[in-house]
Structure formats: structure tokens, C-alpha cells
Design a protein around this ligand. Structure first.
Ligand code: ASP
Ligand code: MG
Length: 409
């Protein structure tokens, strides 16, 4: 007998028909002789609706009350799912984050896990119950409700899979797995049968919005056997696991990120401490910087460019202009019509020439690269937004990703 954690996202539990479908998946898993822990998201766009309602009343409401409000979405959907499962005759019980021992820090709206106390969950499983846990929520040291940040239910599921030492953690969603790239952009995008935690982490943070990033970090840390699959089409999904037994393709996937803006600080003095002053200013305001490029100094001056999330553009420009005296720039410019296109693959760490091939694909398509950054298993380029979709598709073709990709040598 195995212990399986199954997480169902908002679209999978959106209405009565979908809830009955989920009830069927869960009870089939139980019939096969498994213990089942279910984690649910709020139905459909409930969380967005709750946010909109709150904004109508008080756009600057306290984070504590926002968490009280947002956590209700998951509670409603878990109770509805339990009602559907009750009709099948299986014994089922629901638990809120608090009842299920999900303890977090006090960062309302973006809480981090401190401890998972599985006593109650375990005793309900021992009694033969299917246990449904509300995703995305926990309780802090003041006994207040907290939430984990948008998309946080994935992290709830992986946390219980780790804490209960589950044999498998299935993330059911509205796509049937992880693809070589966004199938809406590239017609022959191919579903991957497996991907490593590291590759998934790069793709997730690069804007392939299938899994909550922290859920993958957690799965990697505790080596949780994870699978992403569709609740609507019952076909095998994508396994996310340790790199060792994962097929190492040169390039596994391509991501595009439009949530990005570039700032250039032109003509700063070519002397020590300039980069330090600029980036500590941003760090103090907790503004995350991604790609950084500094030109070689010439005639005593140099340029520094960097990218940030688009939502931080206004704040960052204000900050730089107000403190311009600190780094004596001649000019500050920005560009918000850009995208970041990245290729990810564990195989590239040990195989030269991957970057050259990506740049060749872009060159042949006449696409200009503005900035480049690399890590062991990732190469990102910054290009004009209007060319991003074409870039993804030509790179996808160049590496033959639609037909299986290129193995490492
Ligand atoms: N309901 C929350 C959200 O929409 C959490 C989740 O679905 O994972 O972000
Ligand atoms: Mg999600």
C-alpha cells in the first residue's frame, strides 16, 4: 500500500462536474489500495474575485485580514469536494491548515513553512479516511491564518508529501504535463516524460507557470517523487525528479518571460564602489535584479544596465532619480518592450557549443540580442518583445525539440 498526495488546482475543481471528476480520481486511487491525502486550491478564479472584492472596500487593507479572506476559497472547495466524495460512500474528512498542523512564520500573504505537524493527518489516515487539506494556508505563532503567496497550494501538497514521506505527489492541473515550450506559442511543442528538479526550477522561475517555484525547491530538498498531470485528460504526465536517472537532453525546454524591464545607467564614473551603491539602493527596497551588464570603462566613464520585474519599474526609476547624486550618472534610460527568452537543459553543463547554436538560430532569424546571461544549465537572452514568440519558435526548431531533442554525448 502506498501513500499518495494528490493536489488539484483551481480549474480542476471549478464546478460540480469537475468536482465529481476529482472525486472519481481520488476514490479510484483509494480503491487501488492507497492512502490518499488531497490538497485543493480555490475553485476557478475565486482568489482573484476575493482580491477584487477586497480592493473595492479597502485597497490598503491589513495583510492579516486579507489572509483571513483569501483562505476561505480553499476551505469552500475542500468542503465541496468532501461532499462529492461522501456520495461515493468513502469516508472522507477535511482539515484546514490549522487543523492539519501547517505552521508558518508571520509573513502574512507570503508565509514560509516553519513546521508540519502531521499527527492529525496521520491519525485520520490510520482511521481509513481520505484526508482533504486546504491548500495555500497555514497558521502562525499568534494562531493567525496565513497564506503562502499566489499558487501556494502546490507547496502545501509537496510539504505534506515530504512530511508524511509519501510515495508520490501528483499535481493535477489543466495542462497534461511540462512541455518543451508553451504549446500556445509553438504548435509542435512536445510533452516531456520527465524533467529534473533543477531544470524545472529554472523553467518555473523563467515564467513557465505550471508549478509554484517553492514547491519544486521543497521537492528537491526532500527528494519528493513528483508528477504533473491533467485532471481532465487521463494520460501520463511529466515526472519531476532527481537528475541522475533523467534523460539529459542538451536543451529540455524554452521559456519566455515578458514580465521584465531594462534600465541603463549611462555614463557613471569608472571607479570602485559605483555598482555597490546602485545595487545596495535596490536591495534596501527589496527589488530583485536579474541580468546585470557593465560596460568596460572608457575615458573615465562606464554604463551599467540591468533587468527587473516589470512591476518594479516605476519604483526603481523613482529610487534612482531621487538618489542620482550617489552615482553621478549622465543619463538613466529604460526599455519595457523587451522579453527574456531562455533555454534550459542539464546536458549543456558538460557540452560546449549550446550557446553558439542558440545565437546562430537567432542570427539566422535576424533577431538582435541585447543582453545575455548564463548559468550551468541555462542561457538567457534579452530581445525585443515583438520578436520573442518568433525567437522561441526558431530556437525550438533549431534544437529539434518537437521531434525529441538532441541527446548529450
Ligand atoms: N488559490 C490560490 C491562488 O489562486 C492558491 C493556489 O491556487 O495555489 O493563488
Ligand atoms: Mg497553480
Amino acid at each position: 500500500m502506498s501513500l499518495i498526495v494528490q493536489k488539484f488546482g483551481g480549474t480542476s475543481v471549478a464546478d460540480a462536474e469537475r468536482l465529481f471528476n476529482v472525486a472519481q480520481i481520488v476514490t479510484e486511487t483509494a480503491v487501488e489500495g492507497n492512502s490518499v491525502v488531497v490538497v485543493v486550491s480555490a475553485q476557478g478564479d475565486t482568489t482573484d474575485t476575493l482580491l477584487a472584492k477586497a480592493a473595492e472596500i479597502n485597497p490598503n487593507g491589513s495583510k492579516r485580514e486579507m489572509d483571513v479572506l483569501l483562505s476561505t476559497g480553499e476551505q469552500a472547495s475542500m468542503a465541496l469536494l468532501a461532499l462529492a466524495i461522501e456520495r461515493t460512500g468513502f469516508s472522507v474528512i477535511t482539515l484546514t491548515g490549522w487543523q492539519a498542523g501547517f505552521k508558518t512564520d508571520t509573513a502574512y500573504g507570503n508565509a514560509r513553512i516553519e513546521e508540519i505537524d502531521c499527527k492529525r493527518v496521520q491519525s485520520e489516515l490510520d482511521r481509513g479516511n481520505i484526508v482533504i487539506i486546504a491548500g495555500f494556508q497555514g497558521i502562525n505563532k499568534y494562531d493567525d491564518i496565513t497564506t503562502l503567496g499566489r499558487g501556494g497550494s502546490d507547496t502545501t501538497a509537496v510539504a505534506y508529501a515530504a512530511a508524511l514521506k509519501a510515495d508520490l505527489c501528483q499535481i493535477y492541473t489543466d495542462v497534461d504535463g511540462i512541455y518543451t515550450t508553451d504549446p500556445r506559442l509553438v504548435a509542435n511543442a512536445r510533452k516531456l516524460s520527465e524533467i529534473s528538479f533543477d531544470e524545472m526550477l529554472e523553467l518555473a522561475s523563467l515564467g513557465a507557470q505550471v508549478l509554484h517555484n517553492r514547491s519544486v525547491e521543497l521537492a528537491k530538498k526532500y527528494n519528493v517523487n513528483m508528477e504533473v498531470l491533467s485532471s481532465l485528460h487521463r494520460v501520463p504526465g511529466t515526472k519531476v525528479k532527481e537528475a541522475s536517472d533523467v534523460e539529459k537532453l542538451l536543451v529540455k525546454g524554452i521559456a519566455r518571460d515578458n514580465d521584465i524591464a531594462r534600465i541603463s545607467i549611462v555614463g557613471v564614473p569608472d571607479e570602485p564602489g559605483v555598482a555597490f551603491r546602485i545595487f545596495s539602493l535596490l536591495a534596501q527596497k527589496r527589488i530583485n535584479v536579474d541580468i546585470i551588464l557593465q560596460s568596460i570603462g572608457r575615458d573615465g566613464s562606464k554604463d551599467i544596465s540591468f533587468t527587473i520585474a516589470h512591476g518594479n519599474l516605476g519604483t526603481t526609476l523613482d529610487l534612482l532619480h531621487t538618489n542620482a547624486g550617489m552615482f553621478n550618472a549622465k543619463n538613466i534610460t529604460f526599455d519595457e518592450n523587451i522579453s527574456k527568452v531562455s533555454i534550459v537543459g542539464a546536458g549543456m553543463a558538460t557540452n560546449p557549443g549550446v550557446a553558439a547554436k542558440m545565437f546562430e538560430a537567432l542570427y539566422e532569424a535576424g533577431i538582435n540580442i541585447q543582453m545575455i546571461s548564463t548559468s550551468e544549465i541555462k542561457i538567457s537572452v534579452l530581445i525585443q518583445r515583438s520578436e520573442a514568440e518568433r525567437a522561441v519558435s526558431v530556437i525550438h526548431d533549431y534544437f529539434n525539440l518537437g521531434t525529441g531533442g538532441e541527446k548529450t554525448v
